[in-house]
Design a protein around this ligand. Structure first.
Ligand SMILES: Cc1ncc(C[n+]2csc(CCOP(=O)(O)OP(=O)(O)O)c2C)c(N)n1
Ligand SMILES: [Mg+2]
Length: 362
């Protein structure tokens, strides 16, 4: 069983370093603001919308898992189940007309969080012409420039440097946008991440780096791979303020997003957010997950599930169980329709083999 990082120790450590110099204070100021502000103060309507969006990701991913089992999805397929609060909490605070998003291969949830049609995502997973990459990319290579969603990247950590480039473009064009660049706890040990931190801080780029710490990189627990498991501190050497966020609570994530985005939009340079979360399924569909116990997974599900947590909150504020059941039914129907759409869509024409490839000198 993975040893849970000692989260209690860091608050004390922060407190002691805060007073040393004003510079140290600047690096922890956003974390202090996050602790003070706490969860986002959502209206009942907003809570229901966040719940609905998280549930759509969960049901979509469950269906993708089934289609994979039936052989309808080939290649790799990395599910986002358990991590829904991260993408929804952050992306609900974005300005979709201006801001850009980039992530790794665990990307279906981010696309749904960005409001991209489930039909075109499912069609991509099943390799159909109607897919968002014309069925030629699959699970790890989805892209929508129209929605300012820049992938979907299979090379661990590479999206962080590309995100730096997107942020540079926002600054260069003065379009007022920011880039949200997600990466995993495993990717956080890649050298290029720190090269990007340096340039982003040096050039004051509008970028929010988000470590989705789901406690594992493939089969390796963070405590076995990382000397510093408090990932939010890793920007300190580059003068990037960090925030340590409960990634299983959508309102905490949204609260942190409000603070981080305001800081970046104010022209103050990058922020690093660590969202502490957990993936329930294996690394990919082909992972039997023997490196952890069933009890560990069950315990997380029972005590920290982001969707159950929000459901409880909604019921406490008066939403009836019947209404929530009806919502789930509607989402299941929406997801089933996306699977039907994907299964009945044609595969790409063989001539598509010759499109979207570089064959000339550029
Ligand atoms: C440069 C590179 N090295 C190794 C791999 C193989 N690989 C794929 S996923 C992965 C683990 C990444 O874990 P993490 O960053 O924590 O993301 P998570 O899968 O947990 O979302 C590795 C090592 C790769 N795709 N690219
Ligand atoms: Mg990970």
């Amino acid at each position: 069983m993975a040893k849970a990082p000692k989260k209690s120790a860091k608050t004390a450590a922060n407190a002691s370093s805060k007073t040393s110099t004003s510079d140290d204070f600047a690096l922890s100021a956003l974390q202090d603001a996050h602790i003070k502000a706490g969860a986002y103060d959502a209206s009942d309507e907003e809570k229901l919308a966040l719940y609905e969006q998280m549930l759509l990701i969960r049901r979509f991913e469950e269906k993708a898992g089934q289609l994979y089992g039936l052989g309808l999805i080939g290649g790799f397929c990395h599910l986002y189940i358990g991590q829904e609060a991260v993408a929804i909490g952050l992306q609900s605070a974005l300005n979709n007309d201006r801001d850009s998003v980039i992530t790794g291969y665990r990307d279906h949830g981010h696309m749904l969080a960005y409001g991209i049609d489930p039909n075109v995502i499912m069609a991509e997973l099943t390799g159909r012409q109607a897919g968002i990459s014309k069925g030629k990319g699959g699970s790890m290579h989805m892209f929508s420039t129209e929605h300012k969603f820049y992938g979907g990247h299979g090379i661990v950590g590479a999206q962080v440097s590309l995100g730096g480039g997107l942020a540079l473009a926002h600054k260069y064009k003065e379009d007022g946008g920011l880039c949200l660049a997600y990466f995993g706890d495993g990717a956080a040990n890649q050298g290029q991440v720190y090269e990007t931190f340096n340039m982003a801080a040096l050039w004051n780029l509008p970028i929010v780096f988000v470590v989705e710490n789901n406690q594992y990189a493939m089969g390796t627990a963070v405590t076995r791979s990382s000397a510093e498991t408090e990932f939010y501190r890793r920007g300190a050497a580059f003068r990037i303020p960090g925030m340590d966020v409960d990634g299983m609570d959508v309102l905490q994530v949204r609260g942190a997003a409000e603070i981080a985005f305001e800081h970046v939009r104010g022209g103050n340079g990058p922020v690093l957010i660590e969202c502490n979360t957990y993936r329930y399924r294996g690394h990919s569909m082909s992972d039997p997950a023997k490196y952890r116990s069933r009890e560990e997974v069950q315990e997380k599900r029972d005590t920290q599930d982001p969707i159950e947590g929000m459901k409880k909150m909604l019921m406490e504020s008066g939403t009836s169980e019947a209404d929530l059941k009806a919502l789930d039914k509607a989402i299941r129907a929406r997801v089933a329709a996306s699977a039907d759409f994907a299964e009945t869509s044609p595969e790409p024409e063989p001539s598509e083999l010759y499109t979207d490839i570089l064959v000339e000198k550029y």
